[in-house]
Every structure is written in C-alpha cells, then in structure tokens.
Design a protein around this ligand. Structure first.
Ligand code: DX5
Ligand code: ZN
Length: 218
C-alpha cells in the first residue's frame, strides 16, 4: 500500500498556545505540520513568517511543510530555509522565475514543492516536475481555512499521478483545502493530505484516525 500522511495546518490552531497544540497533534498521529504563509498581496490574508517557523522547529520533530502564498518568494526562501523548513512549496503564479526558486530550495538540501491556484491549468506546473519533490493540489482558493472542497480539482490529482508514473518520478502529491473524512476518499491518488479545520476544530486523534481510515490506513 502507498504511504499516506496527514499534515495538520496550523492556520486553524490556537495561536496563543501553538506549542501545546502542536505537541497534541503530534501525539494524535500527525505526520507533518503544514505551515501557511500569507503576505496580504498574493492572497488577501496575512499570517506568519520565518520567525514563527523557527519557533515551531524548536517544538517538534515533525517535518515542517511550508506553503508560501507570497509574491516573489525568491526574496524570502533563504529565511525559510534557515528557519528550519523541510518542504518549501511555492506558487507557480507568484514569481517570474519558478526554476530559480526551486533551485534555491533544492541547492540548500531542502525538499521543493510547487502548487497552483484552482483557476490555474495544471499544464502550468508540468514543465517543473523534474525540479520538485512535491506537488500540492489546492482544492480551495488559497487564503483562508474552513472553505468547501472543490470537487472539480480532483482531476488535477489524477493528471499529476499519471505524469509521475509515466516518467517514473519520485514526487509526493499533497492535497490542501476542505479535507475531511469524506473528501479524503476522493483524494485516493494523493500521498499527503493537509487538514486545518477538520483536525483542529475536532478531536485531534479521532479526526486524524478518520482520515487514515478513509484511506484504508490504520
Ligand atoms: C488555505 C491553506 C490551507 C488551509 C486548509 O489557503 O493553504 O492549508 O489551512 O484549511 P482547511 O483544511 O480548513 O480547508
Ligand atoms: Zn496550505
């Protein structure tokens, strides 16, 4: 069976007690921690930056999966690398030089990821598959937690899976937005599911277990 990982998004955690929340999701069976970085330009919301990633690094051994929803990520990639990120994912729409950003990440020994808005055709990211370790398919418009899963994005997951298999690539597929125990079933071609509200607004252990059960993993 394919590995299947759950990455709770701290966007839905209690920011006043982040360290406790993170320990709790780790004990509840989370595999990675998903960190949503927003700049108020690429998306209308504003969240956190590299100093918070550095603080998180000190609180957990889970891989830190950093999703940059920021314009010109090349300006900040070095900060997120030195803060202790493991995966750094950039939006294809956010920079004029996607390859340069992916190389910056990989040259530092970190894992590179690419993602796209729901309105962006999947073809936009395909030229970069040989430069990434992870493809993130967004199933909501980036910017906010707690939105409804966009079913029409599922075909992008299948498309990327086909490309990976056809070209024998070592790439993880991650899905982000509106994930719960029902929508998880639709993401059968994904390796990693991000879940914000579904984990943090419910019992952590039960919801992580329900996601794994939806994918046939105990
Ligand atoms: C949205 C973020 C997501 C978000 C997911 O821009 O990228 O990671 O936190 O939250 P839920 O799981 O609540 O849709
Ligand atoms: Zn995200």
């Amino acid at each position: 069976m394919k590995p299947f990982l759950v990455a709770p998004s701290i966007l839905s955690a209690d920011f006043a007690r982040l360290a406790e929340d993170i320990k709790a999701v780790e004990e509840a069976g989370a595999d990675w921690l998903h960190v949503d970085v927003m700049d108020g330009h690429f998306v209308s919301n504003l969240t956190i930056g590299a100093p918070v990633v550095r603080a998180l690094r000190a609180c957990t051994k889970m891989p830190l999966d950093v999703h940059l929803m920021i314009e010109n990520p090349e300006k900040y990639i070095a900060d997120f690398i030195s803060a202790g990120s493991d995966y750094i994912t950039i939006h294809v729409e956010a920079t004029k030089d996607v390859s340069k950003c992916l190389n910056l990440i990989r040259d530092s020994g970190k894992k590179s990821g690419i993602t796209l808005r729901p309105s962006t055709p999947i073809e936009e990211i395909l030229p970069f598959l040989n430069q990434v370790d992870l493809v993130l398919i967004m199933t909501v418009n980036p910017g906010f937690g707690g939105q409804a899963f966009m079913h029409d994005q599922v075909e992008k997951i299948t498309r990327v899976r086909t490309e990976i298999e056809k070209n024998n690539l070592q790439i993880l597929i991650e899905v982000d937005g509106g994930i719960n125990s029902e929508t998880a079933i639709e993401c059968r071609d994904a390796d990693v599911l991000v879940a914000g509200n579904y984990v943090f607004k419910n019992d952590y252990k039960k919801s992580i277990r329900a996601l794994k059960a939806a994918r046939g993993v105990s």
